[in-house]
Design a protein. Sequence first.
Length: 543
Amino acid sequence: MTDLQIPDLRAGNKFFADVILPLPLPKSFTYEIPGEIHPQVSVGSRVIVQFGSKKILTGIVASVHANAPANYDPRTLLDVLDDNPVLYPGQLKLYEWMAGYYMCTLGEVINAALPSGLKLSSESKVMMHPDIPEGNLAFNEKENQLLLALEGGKSLTYSQAARMLDLKNAYHVIKSLLNKKSVLIYEEVKDKYVPKREARIRLGETYRADPSSLEELFKALERHPMQVDLLMQYLKHVNVMENPGENEVGIAKSVMLKAGSQSSLKTLVRNKVFEEFHVVIPRFPEIPQEGTRLDLTADQESARKKILELLPQKNAVLLHGITGSGKTEIYTDIIRHYLDSGSQVLYLLPEIALTTHIVSRLKNFFGTRMAVYHSKYSDNERVEVWQGVLNGRFRLVAGVRSSVFLPFRELGLVIIDEEHEPSYKQPDPAPRYHARDTALVMALQSGAHVLLGSATPSIESYFHAKQEKYGYVRLDKRFGKAVLPEIRVVDTKKERRQKLMKSDFSSVLLTELEKTLTEKKQAILFQNRRGYSPYIICDDCGN
């Protein structure tokens, strides 16, 4: 797909948009574009459309053209939601591949890709009919009560109407009034995403214009020490005499409340000493400082150099490093290399549980340039990460499998940590994609490189490495002075025959546990399955 060239409307031609709806439907739908919103409609923009008799949906524009549908009269686009597209053509190309490869519809991919906060929600509301039929209409008590509440152009949702009428469900009352043509039902459409706002306090307009009048104000407040404390708290943070411009910015209301009561602050606001206003702030604050370069061991430095040599040649490299070999440190250094070259980086992790530990380490090095993306974030937080990736604020994203949907424009590197993990596979619902394989295709389409890391690589990745389709780098030594544990396999079938087993514990295990406890050391017993047996085995013959 190419970037949209907006045609000239002066000739009076009609233009149409093919819209992908977030539904399991096998095709897109064509809508006519009203002339007044045509300049804002482009590939990847979110638009509001009516689908069916009542549904209002958020769709994604797949193409814009001048070809009217042959078999039906298209409906008109209701509105366009974005000044700039939320998807770019390269993403739509990836989504089309996913729909074909994973045997689902493009609408299902779009539905999975977009954060809920970027989808509109609609809610049915009831309002009074502007032309209630004249005559002797009989209304019962509940109907009269609802009509009274709707007077003056007011409207109520179904749940609000039920609470107002003290009913579990108000549907029968509304239906009765509909039959009497006394009310109307309509859909109210609203955006789910709500920016984070912070309440701030600044001096009133009189004192901002003339800071010297504060002396008279202090005299007037002599009998109100709590109000004086609040004023002093403000002046402690804002230097009104030397920098009057700081008055416009003010300070957070929460800071003011640390020095005084809510009621005192309300009094000062009411008397126009202060004024309260709200500003939109990011949910992810700026982190100004970044860490210094890592000191890698000789083995790590050798692996890093080899990876950077192989990536441009092979596009994908498998780092086969044993547990504790320091793969994360190598990733961090390579990420820095790509970020410094102006590229964006995606760092995929299999589990949310892994992100907390790794993210805290990465934040020390990359600060504000980094974001995290997973399902534990709220809808609003996910939208802000999406927008931050789109506008280039976030150059590095660490996230789980859904991160492959993010709108990277300058993707240079994808790191897939623990690439063998089955949790990269989406089991349900559609698209039932594998994030590792999808990331490989995404990187191929965008000209990015892929680094796969694992202590126990998947069979397919190891095969590709041995066939030299992927580059291959091995790291055999643990970081620092750590050594690999000794592993001993115990034949429990033989121990049962010799009657050495005690319950499910072998004599070897019990001996080693006793020795460890005698030496006042600690031991951990791992039980990998709780109450689940994938097969039944005979204690006598082993079948």
